[in-house]
Design a protein. Structure first.
Length: 279
């Protein structure tokens, strides 16, 4: 049985990514809310944009990220206030019950004092009332202790939930390592795994930090690769993914000079469309 999900279709991800890496800054800004529809994937992309971009795009990403966190904070605050209100109501009710019990006890004691003529008959009644009083006080004490324990547990759970949500403000990710743990479908997990493996190969072959590599990175103009670097990179990709990238495909991007003017996206899309399902 297929589980219904609020996640956008996986096939729309490449469309959103193409808008996100558009040459037009307005188009990139407009694409920011769309990436948040992809759960943790979108959050991590938004954090990466905040860390790597500048100008209006970075400001828009920061505003969007802060807005999401503020909404979470508001929801947690409402939940906390509701719990506090409930605690106040319970405490008030317990005070009323105790007051009523104390009032009843006082009434019984007054009746005892007024009924000394019936002392013998009332003595048994007094004993019964004292026993009942002790029993009720013990039950009341147990209820209060149980409720206080429940209240403390609820408070600890709320504090942990608040810490868990606001700890995201201190998270700094330069990559997409956490995407695989998201509960997406198998095809999307393969896509993310392929992206990470390809990025690792490029980082190793070009001796460049992975956080400086993205889908639009041009091997010649951005990463400084020459013809030999491009050839070795293609060999490494073919070996890693057990595929063959035709020379004709590479020639579309190298031209007469032989320099690798293709981007990571060009190689990534070829792998996705030609790799085996079990990669």
């Amino acid at each position: 049985m297929t589980t219904q999900s609020n996640q956008p279709p996986v096939e729309n991800f490449s469309v959103v990514m193409s808008r996100l890496y558009s040459q037009c800054e307005d188009v990139r800004i407009a694409a920011l809310p769309e990436i948040l529809k992809y759960g943790q994937l979108g959050k991590d992309l938004l954090i990466k944009i905040i860390e790597t971009e500048k100008g209006a795009l970075q400001e828009a990403a920061v505003d969007l990220f802060v807005g999401v966190q503020m909404r979470k904070h508001k929801q947690l605050t409402i939940a906390l206030n509701n719990t506090r209100q409930l605690l106040n109501e319970v405490s008030k009710k317990l005070d009323e019950e105790i007051s009523q019990s104390e009032l009843r006890i006082n009434q019984l004691e007054q009746e005892i004092e007024k009924s000394e003529k019936h002392r013998n008959s009332l003595k048994q009644r007094i004993d019964e009332l004292i026993q009942h009083r002790s029993h009720e006080e013990a039950k009341q004490k147990d209820r209060i202790q149980i409720r206080m324990h429940e209240i403390l547990n609820e408070r600890e759970e709320l504090e942990e939930e608040i810490k868990k949500n606001f700890s995201q403000l201190d998270i700094s990710k330069s990559d997409l390592e956490q995407f695989y743990d998201a509960q997406y479908n198998t095809q999307f997990q393969h896509t993310i795994t392929t992206f990470m493996r390809l990025k690792s190969i490029i980082s190793t072959q070009m001796e460049i930090e992975s956080n400086k590599i993205n889908l639009n990175s041009n091997f010649a103009t951005d990463l400084g690769a020459d013809e030999l670097d491009g050839t070795e990179l293609i060999f490494a990709v073919e070996e890693e993914f057990d595929i063959e990238i035709p020379d004709e495909y590479i020639a579309n991007y190298t031209g007469l000079s032989g320099h690798p003017y293709y981007t990571m996206k060009d190689i990534f899309e070829y792998i996705i469309s030609h790799k085996k399902q079990n990669i």
